[in-house]
Design a protein around this ligand. Structure first.
Ligand code: PGA
Length: 233
């Protein structure tokens, strides 16, 4: 198993991850996938507060809800509010998802192509309570590419927590296969409610029912966990 598990106290978590992220984004030309939601939020706040700079970085948004543009639960809105709006300069390049297009399949192909033209140097990921990464829900194939997906009820609940007015039924996401081609991966996991699914992902069987368990096939994964999330490891 190639997991490098870094366990940090809750007090040090955001600062430590943000510091190491800043070291990575100081490399010119970094190609970076970023997630949104509650887990990365404190890391992004710390990153921006400590002078983080994406002006030499290409940023790809991990996934997006099928929700109307402009709402607070949209991943592009969260990325903007939690990170981009707090930075002195915009990213060198930002790739987000157009979910309003009549041809979503073509939009997913466009994103996939934008990624594969140069690959990803680093993919930051969260884990859902159901073991999803991005919106690769239980049942996703390990070689899946960027695509439109039906959302699991736990993910729809997540959108409600983020302030969605409507329940999204679908989303678009980078595929498991797409993400597993990233040169390195960081899995960000915090809080006691995530302890059980993290233990399943790292120590249980490798199975499509826990998409995060497939990260074990990758040669360079760092799991950044706080003590609560790591309590069952
Ligand atoms: P959360 O979402 O950080 O809001 O818990 C994680 C995820 O669903 O991937």
């Amino acid at each position: 198993m190639n997991f490098n598990v870094r366990v940090l106290s809750s007090a040090r978590y955001a600062d430590r991850v943000a510091t190491v992220l800043k070291e990575r984004t100081d490399e010119p030309g970094l190609r970076l996938c970023l997630p949104t939601g509650s887990t990365p939020k404190p890391v992004y706040a710390m990153y921006a507060g400590n002078g983080g700079d994406l002006s030499q970085t290409t940023v790809f948004l991990l996934d997006e809800f099928g929700l109307p543009p402009g709402g607070p639960a949209r991943c592009d809105a969260m990325l903007n509010a939690d990170l981009l709006a707090k930075l002195a300069a915009p990213p060198a390049r930002l790739e987000t998802w157009d979910t309003e297009t009549p041809d979503l399949t073509a939009e997913c192909r466009r994103m996939e192509q934008a990624i594969t033209d140069g690959g990803l140097d680093l993919a930051l990921l969260g884990i859902g309570m159901n073991g999803h990464i991005g919106m690769n829900e239980p049942g996703s194939a390990v070689d899946s590419r960027s695509r439109v997906v039906d959302l699991h009820p736990a993910t729809v609940e997540g959108a409600a927590r983020y302030g969605a007015d409507d329940e999204p039924a679908w989303g678009v996401t980078l595929g498991l296969g797409t993400l597993l081609e990233s040169r390195s991966i960081w899995l960000l996991v915090t809080g006691l409610p995530k302890a059980e699914i993290l233990a399943k992902a790292l120590k249980g069987p490798e199975t499509p029912q826990v998409p995060a368990s497939y990260l074990r096939r990758h040669s360079s994964v760092t799991v950044w966990a706080d003590e609560e999330a790591a309590s069952l490891l």
